[in-house]
Design a binder for this molecule. Structure first.
Ligand code: UD1
Ligand code: M6R
Length: 371
């Protein structure tokens, strides 16, 4: 039931304040006077010791689920101190890459039925790794075959383009990082800031959704473009990949997410006054590097659309023209949840304006159950 919405994708984008609340329900504890703020993931509590002892955490997924894991990787590395590596499920299988008994392999899948991810799970089980699932579908193959896991509880997602599952996956993996990291005196302030940020997140997402009309106006400007580049780095490299995936998948427009640190190693050659480029430059430790990327793109007359934190329009546009998308600022590791919202809205409006099928893009299936 689409309710007041025209498409499931639109409904699922606008549902995110609620879906995120459900994802966190009963799992975040902001205790009374003596009790510290903490996270409780019922499905993992008996396995946390083993996970903490593992030599490596390997994230495995496809498409949007892979991107969500990529967004959560930095905070998991920071809080756990354990090396985290990334695997696209099909590529792990193609290479028959090494997976060890000392590894924790985390399988991320909305449907829980993706063939490549499921085969990678069988492969990791054979190799003796502890296998953890992060799925939206209770009773799915991945939920059943993993040793333990967390349901993201985002509610049924119908649009082929994954939207609310992406933000819920990131939130679950941020909670996973808090759970694995455990309480130490040195990271207490950081943990509390993240937990406070998680509590506030549904409201901040609601605020970001107010960019709807602005993104519709931007989509009108981009309607006839051939291509859209999205530059990001750090926490928001994943945002660049995921924003580009949405645009290509539903709006049927070529789009590429680019790691900004790689700009001079090739992509800069594409820059001219015609090609639209979204640059994600919200406040975090990479901000000054992104400011310099923006300056270099300006110097080549790039057609920029800069996403920045509220109040930073002047700081990111020094001397340049172009458009700015201002988003609310949250704790750096949660910023990908906010930053993807305008890009989901942009992809949605581009699709409608270009006259394509929003909920069932050509050639794609919601759940890819064949290799
Ligand atoms: C569980 C209940 C929830 C109840 C809550 C109360 C289920 C599905 N969930 O939620 O209804 O309100 O207790 O405490 O009954 N698992 C995997 N692989 C996966 C995902 C999950 O093995 O990919 C396992 C978990 O390890 C766990 C079980 O499935 O044993 C349920 O996981 P989850 O729903 O995340 O647990 P809770 O949040 O505790
Ligand atoms: O169900 P899964 O999360 O395993 O699906 C993985 C991909 O097929 C999926 O995310 C795909 O990329 C989406 N259509 C993206 O919107």
């Amino acid at each position: 039931n689409k309710g007041k919405y025209e498409h499931y994708m639109q409904k699922e984008i606008h549902e995110q304040p609620e879906s995120l609340k459900t994802t966190m329900r009963g799992r975040l504890i902001r205790g009374g006077s003596s009790k510290a703020k903490t996270v409780l993931l019922g499905g993992l509590k008996d396995h946390l010791k083993t996970i903490r002892r593992s030599r490596r955490i390997v994230f495995i997924g496809c498409g949007t689920s892979y991107n969500a894991a990529l967004a959560a990787r930095p905070i998991l590395e920071e809080l756990s101190g354990i090396p985290v590596t990334m695997e696209i499920a099909s590529d792990l299988l193609d290479r028959q890459g090494p997976i060890y008994r000392e590894d924790t392999a985390v399988f991320v899948s909305q449907s829980g039925e993706t063939a490549d991810t499921l085969l990678a799970l069988e492969y990791a089980l054979e190799n003796g790794a502890l296998c953890v699932g992060i799925t939206n579908t209770v009773g799915s193959a991945i939920a059943r075959h993993t040793h333990c896991g967390v349901h993201i509880n985002a509610g049924c997602e119908i649009g082929v383009a994954s939207t609310k599952a992406y933000t819920s996956q990131i939130v679950v993996m941020a909670m996973l990082a808090l759970a694995i990291g455990g309480d130490t005196l040195s990271n207490q302030a950081r943990r509390e800031a993240i937990i406070d940020g998680l509590f506030d997140l549904p409201n901040t997402v609601r605020e970001a959704l107010k960019l709807d009309q602005e993104m519709k106006d931007l989509a009108k400007l981009l309607i006839a473009e051939q291509s859209l580049l999205v530059f990001g780095r750090g926490y928001n490299y994943a945002t660049a990949l995921e924003g580009a995936l949405k645009v290509k998948e539903v709006a049927l427009m070529h789009s590429e997410g680019i790691l900004a640190g790689e700009m001079k190693h090739g992509p800069l050659a594409l820059v001219d006054e015609n090609l639209p480029i979204v640059v994600i430059a919200t406040r975090d430790a990479c901000f000054s590097k992104q400011q310099s990327v923006i300056q270099q793109l300006h110097a080549r007359k790039g057609r920029l659309i800069v996403m920045c934190s509220k109040g930073d329009a002047a700081a990111v546009c020094a001397g340049g023209s172009g458009r700015v998308i201002e988003v609310p600022q949250v704790e750096d590791c949660l910023q990908p949840v906010i930053n993807i919202i305008p890009l989901q809205l942009l992809a949605y409006h581009l699709t409608v304006l270009r006259g394509f099928n929003v909920d069932q893009p050509r050639n794609l299936a919601k759940s890819v159950t064949t290799q």
